[in-house]
Design a protein around this ligand. Structure first.
Ligand SMILES: NC(=O)c1ccc[n+]([C@@H]2O[C@H](COP(=O)([O-])OP(=O)(O)OC[C@H]3O[C@@H](n4cnc5c(N)ncnc54)[C@H](OP(=O)(O)O)[C@@H]3O)[C@@H](O)[C@H]2O)c1
Length: 195
């Protein structure tokens, strides 16, 4: 499962139930990365989508505590664990803040669009740069559209320190020439021969 999000410089993601940015290239990338997959979202994010209905060509899994809730092209779920099962492995967590915070620990990748701007926000994504549990896997060049500059940054869970130490040890071993140690002199034990 992965998460995909567009953030401002201080990890803001929304204001008054709306997105902070509408970058064509980012929306295209979002579509490409989620098409024909399951997407998990909160009720508020669903209601921010055009027509308040699920995204086309995606299995829309929507979390709400409201037992009577219905929406077009959406599977309505009331418990996070059920949402994860309903969505299956190849699923994208698409927001908003509550759902990101809930399911981030289950994600093995986060596709972040980092926009170099800081408009006011009332919804935020956790700051992955300040979280030692995450590390940058790769980052794109900086793009520009209608005066907005942004960059795509992929995050993956940070390797355990212990894993890194072992990997470093194995690396250094493989560079060292093999050493052959002299055989110990066992002659003084020759009296025991025969036992
Ligand atoms: N920048 C981005 O990439 C991006 C992406 C998505 C959204 N957003 C923005 O994020 C903002 C919305 O975020 P948000 O945090 O306010 O709302 P949200 O996460 O979209 O939805 C919250 C709702 O999800 C339901 N919910 C949450 N936890 C639940 C649980 N444990 N069990 C069952 N249902 C649960 C509740 O619905 P009920 O109240 O019905 O019970 C809750 O009110 C908007 O501004 C939106 O534009 C930004």
């Amino acid at each position: 499962m992965f998460a995909i999000v567009c953030v401002s410089e201080n990890w803001g993601i929304g204001k008054n139930g709306e997105l902070l940015f509408h970058i064509k290239d980012d929306l295209k990338r979002f579509r490409e990365l989620t098409l024909d997959k399951s997407v998990i979202m909160g009720r508020k994010t669903l209601e921010s989508l055009p027509g308040g209905k699920g995204l086309p060509r995606r299995h829309n899994v929507v979390l709400t505590t409201n037992r009577d809730y219905t929406a077009e092209n959406a599977e309505i779920i009331h418990f996070p664990v059920e949402a994860v099962f309903a969505a299956g492995e190849d699923a994208a967590v698409i927001g908003g803040e509550q759902i990101y915070r809930l399911l981030l620990p289950l994600c093995d990748k986060v596709y972040v669009t980092k926009v170099f701007a800081s408009p006011e926000a009332d919804a935020f994504f956790p700051d992955l740069d300040a979280d030692p549990k995450w590390q940058v896997e790769c980052e794109s060049e900086i793009f520009e559209e209608n005066g907005l500059r942004w960059q795509y940054v992929d995050y993956v869970p940070a390797q355990e320190e212990e894993d890194e130490e072992i990997a470093a040890l194995l690396d250094s071993r493989s560079e060292e020439p093999l050493e052959f140690y002299p055989q110990p002199d066992l002659s003084e034990f020759s009296q025991f021969h025969g036992f």
